[in-house]
Design a protein around this ligand. Sequence first.
Ligand SMILES: Nc1ncnc2c1ncn2[C@@H]1O[C@H](COP(=O)(O)OP(=O)(O)OP(=O)(O)O)[C@@H](O)[C@H]1O
Ligand code: SF4
Ligand SMILES: [Mg+2]
Length: 384
Amino acid sequence: MADTKDLVLEVHGLKTNFYTYEGVVKALDGVELFLRRGDTMGLVGETGCGKSVTARSILRLVEPPGRVEEGEILFREIDPKTGEVNAVDILQLDEDEMLHIRGGKIAIVFQDPSTFPNPVFRIGDQIAEVILLHQDMKHDVLEMKINKLERILNMNPPPVNVSEIVAHLEQLRSMRGNPPEPDEKAKKKAAKWRAIEMLKLVRMPSPESVVNQYPHELSGGMRQRALIAMALACNPSILICDEATTALDVTVQAQVLNLLNQLKKEIGTSIIIITHDMGVVAETCNWVAVMYAGTTVETCATDELFANPLHPYTEGLLHAVPKLHEERERLPQIPGSVPNLIHPPSGCRFHPRCDFATEICKTEKPKLEEVQPDHWVACHHPRI
Ligand SMILES: Nc1ncnc2c1ncn2[C@@H]1O[C@H](COP(=O)(O)OP(=O)(O)OP(=O)(O)O)[C@@H](O)[C@H]1O
Ligand code: SF4
Ligand SMILES: [Mg+2]
């Protein structure tokens, strides 16, 4: 693995249980993930394997009867002033510190775009609220003023008092290092301006009118763009998209994925894409982690996974992936059924379905190990 300073997120030994009447659901049993700065990681696996619970655990959004039992979730930020890397263990933070991270540093977009946080408030007000909650508005107020003057200067015909405006603009620009403290009214105005800028960033058609619309007035694809705009409004270090495009039709899905790819280049956010679709992983992710029954079974670069799968489960998954130009399907069926997580199989959770299982597989849980350079597998008999 690369220098740990390059890793914006590291998850180790994450265990999350749900205490239900039927028994304890051992949903996550030692999840391991590495996310490098600027990467897009695909998190894949069959339904119920724990992708969403992993995302919720990272954001400490697991609700009773669920509980994160063990593990380490290291989030590494670069201090913009000193360039130093600071690491925190998310599981050790208090709730106030967590509020700062959730939505501000790590943002999530869920599957169903109809679940807009609040259906009765206008889109612009909802985005502005997130901005006001997480952002020190000094810079935004100054940028809004600068932007306004720049637009005036670009008007055709030009304004009569050009030299006066240029001088004022220069003065404002010189304050960028240390902007003055704005009043509440200016902050609110700047948050609304920033909301429109965010909608422009996600290529929302007519952003000036969309800010004044309600979620139900937008199409599914536009709502999903608005949700992404809201998630990105605070310039998070990590954006998690939990099946964010599954509910959309194929064309809109492609547009949104394309947008995420472009945005990553523009704003440098690291992204986790949770999906069932190996085609989405192939097209959008440069790194991938495969989960099975609450464990990480394999993680490596996407090209490497497709060319050289080393875990029997991944091999089975890829075996049935349709070739390019063939109709794409969801994860292919692997013989046998997904295990019951109240009474999970002993040792390797995949052993009842694995053609290569031996005695050790039934008793000893395999650890995720770097079997080949930058290629990690949890299997007693990797397919080398
Ligand atoms: N509130 C809950 N109570 C009990 N068990 C739960 C709860 N939420 C999740 N689980 C269990 O945790 C496991 C992982 O669920 P999770 O939602 O993370 O799967 P997933 O990989 O996201 O699946 P999908 O692809 O269908 O979204 C499942 O076995 C599920 O039954
Ligand atoms: S550890 Fe054993 S049972 Fe599990 S995937 Fe590897 S070979 Fe199969
Ligand atoms: Mg899910």
